[in-house]
Design a protein around this ligand. Sequence first.
Ligand code: PA5
Length: 358
Amino acid sequence: MQEPVNLDDVMTLGEMDPGGMLAAVEDFPRQCAEALNLGREAPELPDAEGISRVAFVGMGGSAIGGDILRALLEDVVGMPMSVHRSYRLPSLLGPDTLAVFVSYSGNTEETLSALDDAIYLGCRVLVLTTGGKLLERARANRYPAVVIPGGLQPRAALGYLSLTAAAAMERMGLIQGFVRVAHGMAESLRAKGEEWGRLSPLEKNFAKQLALRLRGKIPVIYGVEGMLAVAAYRWKCQFNENSKVPAFHHALPEMNHNEIVGWHVLDEYSRKVEAIFLAEEDDASRVAKRVEITADLLREKVGGVTVLRVGGDTRTERLFSAVHLGDFVSAYLALLNGVDPTPVEVITLLKERMAAEG
Ligand code: PA5
């Protein structure tokens, strides 16, 4: 392997990141605060009367905001919340469903197709997008739409793609007090950003240290079930799209019953893996015990094991801080890999080829 770029050389980092992914990650706390204001000030929202379920519809970077809100809010909102990543919607959705359609570009074909089902089923649609056909169709059908700022990669717009919807739900009366908690979270992320940002030197910067440890490895991220399993999936996707490496994820306790056995035969490949566990700092549950034991058992099998204990005053703070750390690590790993973190050429190519098929 070549000598890696010096992660403390901010000039070089800037040159290697022409699309500004690292800057977008650093800007995330501000984006979160703005996203909350956008949702709270949305000019028009669906009527909340009689809503008994919430469905998020989207793909990739636009869908994971739904996973995050589901993990944080389903218990609070007291109604089923679901996330749909496909061309079709299940027929159990209907007029009592708030269907939040999320597409950063507004042109994702699966999401547009699912909108036909939502119309047919009579769902109460709310659209979150920067524009595109989704916005056109929302306007044509007189569905409320919140237009979010463009110019980012969808995965770098996670604040808009999650918190704007949450703030809108709060204004509709479906949840209470979340916006205040989320503003507190955004504030706490600022301090994390200083710790993990490019100006913080390697010796004090855990995000840079972890990126270096991951160089030449395949990250496999295991999150404790619930919100940290969502964070694990976000880490995996960010390693794929920013760092351009294969990465995998699973959740505990389920992986204790299958995947843990799989690191047994292909030693040569297993040693290429860095297993990263995402757990909560003061978790005394049986699952937390499993994290310790699983990490111990895997130490003999894979190339390296990192156990991260996420802290924070609220669940929202813990989840977003786990996400924010992964975003930094994946951006640094891209730069260590000598790749531009921003473009996702193969996704673009695939979409073009699908469009050409008609
Ligand atoms: O990260 C990405 O670029 C993708 O996962 C996109 O989010 C996904 O293809 C859907 O596109 P959009 O977010 O524009 O609906």
